[in-house]
Write a protein that binds this ligand. Structure first.
Ligand SMILES: *Cc1c(COP(=O)(O)O)cnc(C)c1O
Length: 399
């Protein structure tokens, strides 16, 4: 038997980008793979499996209760729906028609992000509408207070490197203001390591992606207040049906949470720092190339290598270099959100030592090959034209 990627005609990818869902998010941990494989051929009562998940989530997150969803995007839709309907089964059946319900969700304007799809759309899918608070770069407490009224179902708070990191309202104050008005606070913490801090800071529900740092199969986690968890879970008999998580996702998430508690996180950090040092060494002495170790913008305990290519001094540009890395076999994916500033980042959390060495070699090969320079605007339109096209001619028929 050949490798599954070869059988399907796929290029292997080395992930130096972190937990990006477009390339498979993370390398699942052995405990999660074993649990998913063990439960897949079996039959279980899903509600009972979710009760076991609730206990595991409660322990890991310091929450009253929890359940597993298809993803964080699904968790957001279900959590908002639950905040609107409570346990009213008729209202649950009527969604996304939310007439007569509290159906507004307050969201800081600086949190109106896209994680691959707009955060607002996950909210609107439930039948709610977004009330933006403040401006893209600032929000005042009085603006939040004024946005919360008798029609407000929930206040959503997004913790993410995509969100604006300055001028926002800190979560403890955000939660205090919402709580004073009886409005539940839902925190999108999809890519965050801290499983307990957001609930401690006043969130009523915290949502996580199981397939990111936890390295479970694709799934989401809802953790928090029992009544809100229950109301969100009931949506599985309503709008949640099309967002169903499988038994393998639930069992894999439980196993990953248990493994997470046993993980030697300090040893992980030491391992990651060695990879960063290897890449930094590979770039040392290259003209116009700066390589600096940087902290995570939302305080996750992961460091990355920021590589900056100075215009006119470096052999190529950041966007030409990363295209060169992506075009090879294996393809190498990096964090590329800051390309227009002439830099990108390498994330060590999903690579083994052999893959990291290959990345170092390919970085050097790219600087030797001096690809480009392509103007940034031209590079960007070419890039946008090539994504989302899954329809290509069959190699056999040419059609
Ligand atoms: C990844 C991410 C999501 C989406 O998570 P999925 O589990 O892939 O649906 C939502 N919000 C933020 C901040 C994310 O980073």
């Amino acid at each position: 038997m050949t490798d599954i990627l070869a059988r399907l005609g796929l290029r292997p990818v080395i992930n130096a980008s972190g937990t990006m869902t477009v390339i498979g998010a993370s390398s699942a941990r052995p405990e999660a793979i074993a649990a998913a494989a063990e439960i897949l051929p079996r039959f279980v009562e899903i509600d009972a499996l979710q009760r076991a998940a609730s206990r595991a989530i409660a322990r890991a997150c310091g929450a009253e209760a929890g359940f597993v969803t298809a993803s964080t995007a699904a968790a957001m839709t279900l959590a908002v729906a639950g905040a609107m309907t409570g346990l009213d089964r008729a209202a649950i059946a009527r969604l996304p028609d939310s007439a007569g319900l509290k159906n507004r969700v307050a969201l800081l304007a600086g949190h109106r992000i896209s994680y691959g799809a707009p955060v607002e759309q996950a909210v609107r899918l439930a039948g709610a509408e977004i009330v933006p608070v403040g401006q893209a770069t600032s929000a005042a407490e009085y603006e939040l207070a004024a946005a919360l009224d008798e029609r407000t179902a929930a206040a959503l708070y997004v913790v993410s490197h995509h969100a604006v990191q300055t001028g926002m309202i800190a979560l403890p104050r955000f939660a205090e203001i919402a709580r004073a008005r009886g409005v539940p606070v839902i925190v999108d913490a999809a890519a965050e390591y801290d499983l307990t801090g957001f609930l401690q800071a006043g969130a009523d529900l915290a949502l996580y992606s199981a397939h990111k740092f936890l390295r479970a199969p694709t799934a989401g986690i809802v953790a928090g207040r029992r009544d809100l968890v229950r109301a969100a879970y009931l949506q599985n008999g309503g709008i949640g049906r099309g967002m169903k998580v499988g038994k393998e996702g639930i069992a894999g998430t439980i196993a990953a949470l248990e493994a997470w508690a046993r993980t030697d996180h300090e040893a992980e950090r030491r391992r990651e720092r060695r990879l960063l040092g290897l890449w930094q060494g590979a770039l040392a002495g290259r003209a116009g190339v700066l390589a600096a170790i940087v902290a995570d913008p939302t305080g996750n305990p992961v460091e990355r290598l920021r590589v900056t290519l100075l215009p006119g001094e470096a052999a190529t540009t950041a966007w030409d270099l990363t295209s060169f890395l992506a075009a090879g076999t294996p393809s190498i994916a990096v964090r590329a959100e800051t390309l227009e500033h002439g830099c990108f980042e390498l994330d060590p959390c999903n690579l083994d030592a052999d893959e990291a060495r290959l990345v170092a070699e390919r970085l050097q090969a790219a600087l030797d090959a001096r690809p480009g320079p392509t103007p940034y605007a031209a590079w960007r339109s070419a890039r946008e034209a090539e994504i989302w096209d899954i329809d290509e001619p069959s190699p056999e028929t040419g059609r």
